[in-house]
Design a protein around this ligand. Structure first.
Ligand SMILES: C[S@@+](CC[C@H](N)C(=O)[O-])C[C@H]1O[C@@H](n2cnc3c(N)ncnc32)[C@H](O)[C@@H]1O
Length: 303
């Protein structure tokens, strides 16, 4: 966690919505691949670290990278099918962490010993929070391999290194997976390969003997913006969540202007399917964007 006197991240730097460039047919999907922590891009991120503070008084560290430094495209929030917004920190990630803190403090959620997946992680701050709360394994998924290499892995390393002095923080097993929601479940649910050549990394990899029974907790923020990918997002969540006891937390805006998605549209997909149910656990109307929500989903009880 960040110390006092560090440069701090300002919420006002977050955008109000999506300014996506309208484009012709989408490019082919990127391949689903696991990214080793040793594949991180040793960038100038350490000199570009900012502090993000949360309601309950703790803070995390995040790097700052511009889109143009990583992708051969003009700086943009989103380029459908090419770059899906992972280099920017969106308000929903902060809302999600604030909600998780409240859930933990109220005894409604324990992350200790749990298998956690963050879908559409970008900076990965909710997943990092799960690491610091004692999760046994945390998997980070993003559409773009570049986001994992340049931002997510360095962010995880910085925050876990800074927490090393804290006795209660045992580092979890970590995995970084890139790919589209329409197919990434195949990799997420696959038994990990035998030991990798990742020995030089400071981060532990998932052991080959670890079973993959599904995740206890799935976290996702600002991923319900595009109407066309809501079904795939729900699909991967449903396939990957442990049926009996799993919970998924979804943070996002009630409506995204220009792209048609939103938390309520996602709820419609969930309700139409009928196997899961959700309840809203926070509504945030702070004027920095249109109204945001955090939802909690689980499978309907069979009894
Ligand atoms: C707006 S960004 C949000 C990033 C981060 N969760 C946050 O709140 O700061 C959307 C995220 O979802 C991922 N994403 C979007 N569409 C996707 C798709 N079809 N398949 C897989 N990941 C996708 C992107 O890579 C990106 O990380």
């Amino acid at each position: 966690m960040a110390g006092k006197g560090e440069p701090s991240f300002s919420i006002s730097s977050l955008g109000f919505g999506f300014s996506c460039s309208s484009s012709p047919p989408l490019p082919p999907l990127p391949p689903c691949i696991e990214v080793l922590s040793s594949e991180k891009v040793a960038s100038s991120l350490s000199s570009n670290l900012e502090t993000v503070s949360f309601n309950s008084g703790f803070s995390l560290r995040k790097g700052r990278i511009s889109t143009g430094d990583v992708f051969p495209v003009p700086n943009s929030d989103l380029i459908p099918g090419k770059y899906e917004g992972g280099l920017k920190l969106w308000e929903g990630a902060i809302d999600l962490i604030n909600c998780l803190c409240t859930e933990v403090q109220a005894g409604r959620l324990s992350l200790a010993g749990k298998r956690v997946l963050e879908l559409g992680c970008g900076h990965g701050l909710p997943g990092i929070y799960a690491c610091l709360e004692g999760a046994a394994a945390v998997d980070f998924q993003d559409f773009n391999v570049e986001v994992l290499r340049c931002l997510t892995i360095p962010n995880v390393e910085h925050n876990l290194a800074e927490s090393q002095g804290s006795l209660e923080c045992k580092h979890p097993q970590l995995r970084f997976v890139a790919g589209d929601w329409s197919e990434v479940d195949q990799l997420l649910l696959r038994e990990p390969e035998k030991p990798t050549n990742d020995n030089c990394s400071s981060l532990p990899s998932l052991s080959s003997s670890m079973p993959t029974p599904g995740y206890d907790v799935i976290l996702t923020a600002e991923t319900v913006y595009s109407l066309s990918s809501l079904t795939n997002l729900y699909g991967v969540m449903k396939k990957c969540l442990c049926r009996e006891t799993g919970v998924a937390y979804v943070a996002g805006k009630k409506h995204y202007f220009g792209v048609g998605g939103g938390t309520r549209q996602f709820l419609r997909v969930v309700d139409d399917d009928g196997e899961m149910e959700g309840s809203v656990i926070a509504e945030i109307a702070d004027g920095s964007s249109n109204v945001r929500e955090v939802w909690k989903f689980s499978f309907k009880s069979l009894h």
